[in-house]
Write a protein that binds this ligand. Structure first.
Ligand code: ADP
Length: 357
């Protein structure tokens, strides 16, 4: 007996690519097809310069699947990209929406759960504070959350809601003096990972080309862990000024972090440094317990021939601040981790300025 997705695939084989006698399945365009509780969900990915192609395929798929027995509803997502013009040298040109953004900094990690988003939100707030102290008030820092698997920036920055569209551009939301855009504002947290995975390319491109970022000193991009589609789309869509890698102290984590970082090297993005998180737990007497081992951050930095920017301790106040929507650099600026974040942010501003030249 055929299982549900085979039934969908068999039907999809009768849908031809517009203008061709070949079908969309044999062209390899169907990324996913799922039938659950009468709802058929199909994800199609294609590259075409002809804007009518995605619409034609979508309506043909909807028509075909709605005729099947047991299908009550059809949802089709077409992830359409235009063919990329080859950049002249290394990095792509800056999209119009980012033309007044001075520096773009990616925050990346090899593994999930190492504190990448925690670092991204605290760096954003620390930058905002430093600019204000330097006599440059106003919102000059942006934070773009591209982590599809766990968009935690809205929670950590204490912001929620639906961004508005004004004159064809998406208005970022704002919190703690930072402009914020997140997949979390747009994607229902209960939607299947399959859907979110398929949407990431499109979303990353849209966030970089159709969000009204305005004039910013720095835009921080919180990437999903690893070396997937988001990293590749990002490096093909915008010229990144640099990347920072977040890792934990143990060897296994730093090996994965290295693999993630190599991707940036390949696309000529300078890795500005490595931040080690969860480095130690300090008790009230000042004694440090190296819960996750030691050396991972320094080793990763050494292997990448880049700077070791700092060590963030394990602190319950840091986790609490994230859950409360007020990053620790604002909520408890005297804490050890806040102090480290502020130092690292100051140092990174110099590194970014140098990389911009
Ligand atoms: P990632 O973005 O790498 O998946 P997060 O930044 O979302 O990781 O962190 C995962 C969880 O760990 C969050 O609840 C966060 O508050 C907590 N956390 C991160 N770093 C620390 C730390 N140094 N001390 C205590 N909790 C931390």
């Amino acid at each position: 007996m055929q299982d549900a997705s085979d039934i969908l695939l068999t039907a999809l084989k009768t849908v031809n690519y517009p203008g061709y006698s070949r079908d969309i399945v044999s062209f390899g365009l169907v990324r996913a097809a799922e039938l659950k509780d009468g709802k058929a969900s199909v994800v199609i990915a294609l590259t075409s310069a002809d804007e009518s192609v995605p619409t034609k395929i979508k309506s043909e798929v909807e028509k075909t699947l709605s005729l099947l027995d047991g299908v009550k509803e059809v949802a089709v997502f077409v992830d359409a990209t235009k063919p990329q013009a080859k950049p002249e040298a290394g990095q792509p040109a800056r999209p119009e929406a980012l033309k007044n953004v001075k520096a773009i900094l990616a925050v990346a990690s090899g593994k999930g759960g190492v504190g990448k988003s925690t670092v991204a939100v605290n760096l954003a707030c620390a930058f905002a504070q430093l600019f204000e102290k330097a006599g440059r008030p106003g919102v000059s820092v942006g934070l773009l959350d591209c982590d599809i698997y766990g968009p935690s920036v809205p929670l950590m920055m204490g912001v929620s809601g639906q961004p508005e569209i004004v004159d064809t551009l998406i208005e970022p939301l704002q919190s703690h003096n930072v402009k914020i855009m997140s997949l979390g504002f747009l994607v229902d947290e209960n939607s299947p990972v399959l859907w979110r995975g398929a949407m990431v390319n499109k979303a990353v491109q849209q966030f970089l080309t159709q969000v009204n970022w305005g004039a910013l000193e720095v835009l921080i991009i919180d990437l999903p862990p690893g070396t997937g589609d988001a990293q590749i789309t990002l490096s093909q869509t915008v010229p990144l000024t640099g990347a920072v890698i977040v890792t934990t102290p143990q060897q296994a984590a730093s090996d994965v972090a290295l693999r993630g970082a190599r991707l940036f090297e390949k696309v000529n993005v300078p890795v500005l440094g490595v931040i080690e998180n969860m480095s130690y737990l300090e008790d009230t007497s000042g004694k440090r317990d190296l819960i996750f081992g030691e050396g991972g951050g320094a080793q990763t930095a050494h292997s990448l021939n880049t700077e070791f920017l700092g060590q963030i301790p394990l602190e319950s106040a840091l986790r609490q601040a994230g859950d409360d929507g007020k990053p620790i650099v604002l909520g408890a600026p005297q804490s050890t981790s806040a102090q480290v974040f502020l130092e690292v942010a100051e140092h990174l501003l110099h590194l970014l300025a140098r990389a911009q030249k």
